[in-house]
Design a protein around this ligand. Structure first.
Ligand SMILES: Cc1cc2nc3c(=O)[nH]c(=O)nc-3n(C[C@H](O)[C@H](O)[C@H](O)COP(=O)(O)O)c2cc1C
Length: 505
């Protein structure tokens, strides 16, 4: 029985799971689009103009002035377009494949978005599923659910609650390929999506809060999720003008078996015990909300000296925020070309700013990640393994040396990674995470995904390549970096000059 994230990681490390020899069941792949047996789906209006904001300004913007938009279909359509929409098509004999605004391990897209609207806005109050391919909202409940959602997500004063986005993860979509290890990817993928939604909301200047700590089974009941197959991983509340609570539903009835059955995405679907156990462990475990000592002091390595980071004077931009979202792709054709000091400095400044901007919204938990990077070929940076002190905007060299090629072989011999100028590393001490509140693992992995999305967007805006890497031998990565026995590399994001980054009009 898996009760901790340390145990789950051990059980699903690639050294034990010989996934390379695995044969995929191509006769029964998961359906990447959910369809509900519901009529009257509502088309989302076309978005005419997109925000022209600079990504860095958007991330740094901490102004208290918030707008109170109409919360109508135009508003939601823009949020969906900028967070989770189709951006590219590839034609195969007999079928087309569509890429999305977010990356996804194996392009299996386990994330779904549900939207709750309340009497405050200009959309009929209810619960809707967002159809990414159809660009339609499917109504699943049409009633005022504000009381129920607020209680289930632990909100006391909810008079200004205007809309809620629920981000769910469908386990089998990813487990079809990655089996029990898939839970890691479902969480990382959803982190990428969460960051996109937060940026999209920020670009409209609406007030919002993000929540990872909620009554899981109550939200699953509300959304109609079969909790062994799909679960709610994060919820984002939007806030508008205050109106007193009305006669909202206190106990919404169960949705029909047909609606709940839509969580099943393949006729040959398997439920992986390890995934159900680690997910349930996250619900049940008590724990503390914070880690007393910053994560940077808990991974077993530290730099000899910390150097203050200064934001480069040269501002490099090839694309604005909206363009970065829509042009983002995983690019693997890294050249061995040097990454300029300014471009790298711009990218680092984005990570520091994201950390600072996120703080007020995540104050209920300590920051669960330590960010490091392997400098391969960066102008002015000695090759080596570095850590970031996010709070004090410092960088420190832990160990000099060229590690990117060794890391490429640790990443299941994805040797092209050796050509990337930099590998960003998201590290954590799993035992410390186990001692956090039950959902600590979810929060940690989603945070890694959020950071990864920021690097993808920053790299795209700077005209360099980027690719997230979840396939790695856990123990070998730990050994290469010299981490202590409880710590692990959770996710790696490679970046650097590539042969080309295309921008379209
Ligand atoms: C959590 C995660 C893990 C990933 N791991 C790998 C990997 O190990 N190797 C790789 O080449 N791509 C990896 N990717 C990139 C996906 O393959 C890519 O996102 C997907 O094919 C969709 O393509 P796109 O990002 O260009 O839209 C990963 C992406 C995510 C989000």
């Amino acid at each position: 029985m898996i009760k901790s994230c340390s145990a789950y990681h051990q059980k699903t490390s690639y050294a034990r799971y010989a996934l390379k020899d695995q044969v995929l069941d191509w006769d029964h792949p998961p359906d990447l689009y959910k369809t509900y047996p519901v009529k009257n789906r509502i088309p989302l209006p076309k978005v005419d103009t997109l925000p022209k904001a600079d990504l860095w300004h958007l991330v740094q913007d901490r102004s208290k002035k918030k707008l109170d938009p109409d919360f109508d279909l135009n508003f939601f359509s823009q949020i969906f377009l900028l967070s989770y929409s189709i951006t590219a098509r590839i034609r195969y004999p007999g079928h087309d494949f569509y890429y999305r605004t977010v990356p996804s391990a194996g392009a299996l897209y386990p994330s779904e978005i549900y939207l709750c609207t309340y009497p405050i806005g200009n959309t009929e109050p209810g619960l809707y599923h967002y159809g990414i391919r159809s660009q339609r909202l499917t109504p699943l409940r049409l009633s005022d659910l504000r009381d129920f959602v607020a209680t289930a997500s632990g909100i006391r004063n909810y008079q200004g609650l205007a809309a809620t986005f629920f981000i769910t993860g469908n386990f089998f979509r990813s487990a079809w390929k990655y089996r029990a290890r898939a839970y890691r990817y479902v969480l990382l993928d959803s982190g990428h999506l969460v960051e996109n939604i937060l940026l999209a909301l920020k670009s409209t200047s609406v007030a919002f809060t993000i929540h990872y700590n909620f009554k899981d089974h109550e939200l699953e009941h509300l959304i109609g999720l079969d909790h062994k197959r799909e679960s709610c991983l994060a919820c984002i509340h939007c806030w508008g003008k205050e109106i007193p609570s009305g006669d909202g539903e206190k106990n919404p009835a169960s949705l029909s078996p047909e609606i709940i059955g839509a969580c099943r995405v393949s006729s040959h679907e398997m439920i992986y015990r390890e995934i159900v156990e680690i997910h349930e462990a996250g619900i049940k475990l008590p724990g503390f909300s914070s880690i007393q000592v910053p994560m940077i002091q808990k991974i077993g390595v530290s730099p000899g000296e910390w150097i203050q980071f200064s934001v480069p004077e040269k501002r490099i931009r090839k694309a604005n925020y909206s363009q970065a979202v829509l042009y983002r792709r995983s690019r693997r054709n890294f050249t061995k070309k040097i990454l300029s000091r300014d471009t790298f400095g711009n990218l680092l400044s984005l990570l520091f700013s994201q950390f600072e901007a996120d703080l007020p919204k995540t104050q209920e938990f300590s920051f669960p990640i330590c960010i490091g990077f392997l400098a391969g070929n960066i102008e002015g940076w000695r090759p080596g393994f570095y850590l970031l002190d996010l709070e004090n905007r410092k960088t420190g060299l832990v160990r000099p040396g060229v590690f990117t090629e060794n890391m490429a072989s640790v990443c299941l011999e994805q040797n092209w990674l050796g050509n990337a100028a930099v590998h960003f590393l998201f590290l954590t001490n799993l035992e410390a995470i186990d001692r956090m509140w039950g959902g600590g693992y979810r929060y940690t992995m989603i945070t890694s995904g959020k950071l990864g999305q920021m690097i993808y967007l920053g790299a795209t805006a700077l005209g360099i390549g980027c690719c997230g890497i979840g396939a790695l031998y856990d123990d070998e990565a730990k050994a290469l970096l010299g981490l202590n026995k409880e710590s692990r590399l959770l996710y790696l994001v490679a970046s650097g000059p590539v042969r080309s980054v295309e921008y379209f009009d």
